[in-house]
Design a protein around this ligand. Structure first.
Ligand code: GRF
Length: 189
C-alpha cells in the first residue's frame, strides 16, 4: 500500500509513521510527503528520511480552485492508495476528494463530533471536558465531518494547558494512525 502524507507543520505524527515504516512495524510505502507552504519541518523530516517531497504553496496560487487542482495533480503523480492528512491545515475541494474517494484520511485531536476545527484541543479544554482524545476519519468536504474509523480517549488533567494536553493526545493520535494504516494495508493485500 502506497501513501502520500500531507503536512502543514512540524510533522511529529509523520515522523512516527516514518519510524514505524523503517522499523518494519508498518508495512506501507511512503511515496511522498507534500506541504501547502514552503519551509515546513514536516517536509524536512521527509527529505532527511530520503522520501520524495513536494510543496503546493497555497499563497502562490491566485485562487483556491487553482491551488486545489495543483495539489490534486501533485498527489496523483505519486499514485497513492491512500492520502493521509497529518496536521495538514487546509480544507481540500471536491475535485481532490473525487480523485481519492474514501481514500483521504485525516486525524483530529479531539473526540469528534465534539470540537471540530482548527482548535479542537483548546475548545475541549475551554469547555471543561474531563476526557478528550483523538479521531482518525475519512475526510469529506466538511470540517472534520467524515466517517470515523478509530478513536482513543485521553483524560484531561486538572493543570493541563493546551500544549500539555495536545502532547498527550498526539501520543495516542500517532498510535491510532499507525494502527489504522496497518489495518487498511492488511485489507488491501
Ligand atoms: C495533530 O494533533 C493534528 O491532528 C493537528 O495538528 C497536529 C499535527 O502535529 N491538526 P504534527 O505536525 O504532526 O506535529
Amino acid at each position: 500500500m502506497r501513501i502520500v502524507v500531507l503536512v502543514s507543520g512540524t510533522g511529529s505524527n509523520l515522523q512516527a509513521v516514518i519510524d514505524a515504516v523503517s522499523s518494519g512495524a508498518l508495512d506501507v510505502g511512503i511515496a511522498a510527503v507534500g506541504a501547502d507552504r514552503p519551509g515546513t519541518y514536516g517536509v524536512q523530516r521527509a527529505a532527511d528520511a530520503g522520501i520524495s517531497t513536494f510543496v503546493v504553496d497555497f499563497k502562490s496560487h491566485p485562487d483556491r480552485a487553482g491551488w486545489n487542482d495543483a495539489l490534486t495533480t501533485a498527489v496523483l503523480a505519486h499514485e497513492p492508495d491512500y492520502v493521509v492528512s497529518s496536521g495538514f491545515m487546509r480544507i481540500v475541494g471536491q475535485g481532490f476528494l473525487d480523485s481519492f474517494p474514501s481514500r483521504y484520511l485525516n486525524t483530529h485531536p479531539a473526540l469528534l463530533p465534539s470540537f471540530p476545527g482548527a482548535h479542537g484541543v483548546r475548545d475541549a479544554l475551554a469547555y471543561g471536558v474531563k476526557v478528550s482524545g483523538c479521531t482518525v476519519m475519512i475526510a469529506d468536504a466538511g470540517v472534520d465531518t467524515g466517517p470515523i474509523l478509530a478513536q482513543a480517549a485521553v483524560p484531561v488533567l486538572p493543570d493541563d494547558t493546551e500544549e500539555t494536553l495536545h502532547e498527550r493526545i498526539k501520543v495516542e493520535e500517532r498510535r491510532l494512525l499507525i494502527d489504522t494504516l496497518r489495518q487498511l494495508a492488511a485489507k488491501d493485500r
